[in-house]
Write a protein that binds this ligand. Sequence first.
Ligand SMILES: [Zn+2]
Length: 446
Amino acid sequence: MTAWLFDNGQLIDGTARAACSDALLVVDDTIAAVGEEALARARHLDRLERVDLAGRTLMPGLIDAHCHLSFDDASSNSEIFFQRRNALSALTAAYNARKLLRAGVTGILDPDSVFENMVDVRDAQESGLIQAPRIACGCYALIPGLGGTAGGLIRDEGVTGYYRVVNGRDEIMAEVRRQIKVGADWIKVHVSGVAPRYAYLGEQCSWTLDELKLICEVAHDLGVPVMGHCRGDESTRRAVLSGMDLLFHATGISADTTALIIDRRIPVCPALTFQANMIDHGAMLGTDPSIIALFEREIRDSVDNMKRLHQAGVPLLCGSESGFSMVPYGHWHYREMEVFMRYFGMSALEAISCGTQNGAIALKMQGKTGALKAGMKADLLVVNGDPLKDVTVLGQSERIAGVWLNGKSMDLSAPQARKPIRGWVVPTMGSRLENPNVRDHADGEL
Ligand SMILES: [Zn+2]
């Protein structure tokens, strides 16, 4: 039996309750007691490790409800669709998972993966083959023939990257059942998508309501929940009406759709860290100003609705969208909490509960992890400093003093540096090479 006693510092329990200085006792994989009882029971244990929290904060480990561990910091969809290989991307996922642990993340929901290989990475984690956060995952994201957010890159049928096109009722039903057989924790649906010629309309709902209902009916019959990527009002409205269990983004929605979400209390993971990073750092990275403006609008336009959802008690979850180069693994998992505070006016305690307790919904472990209560799994984070005064301490690796998963202290040493993998990024032939002796158009020509 292994037991740990944490005392003499600040405790944030993840439920948005005020911080306190209670002690906490872990026995094996479980939080055995909190407060006086923890101290009393600890006195009778001989093999006890004590963690002195002086100047530190004990809190639940972070749960990132939107993280693509198989994408390996890709900078384009082309890379993910055409350059990734199955076994190698699973191996890089295991490598990158350690960066998440070092950032205090003890659980992720990985919505869709290349070769749907997160099922294997999850099973490797659960069997103790690799050290990684808890993983709940989907398989391929379902899309209709329109394609998802990658437009013309998607093949007309079958699998492209992390997507699978399903045409008609038979394919929808067969694929949902196949994914559940393979081991999906969730079914992921790209409810909205965009065709390049119609990009000016933004993401459009690309399914009929009946198709979405069919997905939910087949999945729910087998006890598996459904999550939808939805940008825009109609896609979010139909996702809700179809019976989906978790909404990603849900931006650009109307007051009526907001009321519908409140009515059904469907958890929402807006996953705005990517956009926030674009706003704050996009110019420095050479991003086109029009794209930065688009993302800025997406956040600003969401403020009122997200505030309403939160105030009405709809759980908001934190998602980093890590997997893409704008949000590298291990760097930004705390950031959504900062976004919730800055844009939605949350207190630090409220934002932290979104990044911990609410995240348990994504893991399908509500009431079992994400909060510091007796009987729950010991998924813990000790940080040097006070995230209530400055939430960004959670984004500073030298301040992450310890991470426990299932009561086990995780190895937070830095992984060895890696070299670029051959053929892993889309190769280019360089920039345009002009012959200074050629004039190929008249001045002023459009
Ligand atoms: Zn995503």
